[in-house]
Design a binder for this molecule. Structure first.
Ligand code: GTR
Length: 328
């Protein structure tokens, strides 16, 4: 081979690899989703991924891993913080163990309804939470709904807090929820979401708590026949990006990603409302006994010690609690 033919061959290979690889700077983003693909969050995350790929003309190719195949949320939060994951749809519940400010969102009955939660999270207070998360390398771009959570169990309807007595409930990973269930007279066991079905089935736990779509999609309704409407927690969720990933993103692409996240949240909230109705209907048709609690105020009053202990341990967060309560 002459020098010229080697050079020509090299140039040809360069052309070919250039064509195959597409734009040289393409970044693949790994995204975490605990829910199935057809759950409102899964659908909205896929829309987000598509909008980002299109908007950035393939410079960023987000890929969503559905069904919790990348592990439970506490591990996923750590992975995102250290750059092992690029984006995720996180529930703010387990986030409280890492970002103390977000614990305010896990105070039972802090929000009166979904509208109240939207007003808070879409306004200046939502920015405060985003700033708090950013301190921990988590960039929150938009807020998803996750309805309101109520208790369900395998034994009996919960009409009053006394009905919780002696029952063992799975809670998400956050000490506040252990305190919450204790104050209501039950026993709490923090456990990964993926383990709840088997644990209900085998009697390791008697119950858990969640919103309608999760009660449905997790199939917990097959093994826990009593759903009692307490609406004790309304917890927002985010589309969050790893700060490492964010720093490596151009300003132009950041804007595209942010816009895609906001639009995905709009879609998710709409799908959420529809799915909540459908899921409630589906589980009732499947034979789940649904009841409204007799005296919701009894559940709310039982939470006073949870608030007192929280404010005592976190005096700097007291004003955030009252700012939320006073948002109308
Ligand atoms: C769902 C929530 C998940 C997860 C799950 C749980 O409603 O969307 O992110 O937190 O509850 O109970 O673990």
């Amino acid at each position: 081979m002459t020098v010229m033919s080697i050079l020509r061959a090299g140039a040809a290979i360069g052309v070919v690899t250039g064509i195959l690889a597409g734009p040289a700077a393409a970044e693949t983003w790994r995204g975490w989703n605990i829910h199935p693909e057809d759950y409102p969050n899964g659908v909205a995350l896929d829309s987000f991924a598509e909008a980002v790929a299109e908007g950035t003309e393939g410079r960023i190719e987000p890929e969503v891993y559905h069904n919790g195949v990348l592990g439970a949320q506490p591990d996923a939060i750590e992975q995102l913080r250290t750059g092992g994951l690029d984006f995720a749809n996180f529930n703010m519940g387990p986030m409280g163990q890492i970002v103390p400010e977000t614990n305010v969102l896990s105070l039972p009955f802090i929000f009166t309804d979904l509208d109240h939660m939207h007003k808070v999270m879409d306004g200046e207070i939502g920015e405060r939470f985003a700033d708090a998360l950013a301190e921990y390398n988590i960039i929150a771009l938009s807020w998803f709904d996750s309805g309101s959570r109520s208790f369900y169990n395998t034994q009996r309807p919960i009409e009053t807090p006394a009905d919780m007595d002696g029952l063992k409930f799975r809670v998400m990973n956050n000490d506040l929820y252990v305190d919450m269930v204790d104050q209501l007279g039950g026993n709490a066991t923090p456990m990964a979401y993926s383990e709840v079905y088997q644990s209900l089935r085998t009697g390791v736990i008697d119950g858990a708590e969640n919103n309608w779509p999760s009660f449905d999609s997790s199939n917990h309704f097959e093994v826990a026949q009593y759903y009692s409407i307490t609406n004790h927690l309304i917890i927002p969720e985010c589309i969050c990006i790893s700060a490492q990933t964010w720093e490596n993103t151009s300003d132009e692409d950041k804007e595209i990603v942010r816009q895609a996240a906001v639009e995905a949240a709009e879609e998710q909230r709409q799908l959420w409302a529809e799915r909540s109705e459908q899921s409630r209907q589906k589980v009732e048709e499947a034979g789940v006994a649904v009841n409204e609690v007799q005296d919701p105020a009894a559940f709310q009053e039982a939470m006073q010690p949870v608030y007192d202990a929280f404010v005592e341990e976190n005096p700097e967060l007291e004003s955030l609690v009252s700012d939320i309560q006073e948002t109308k």
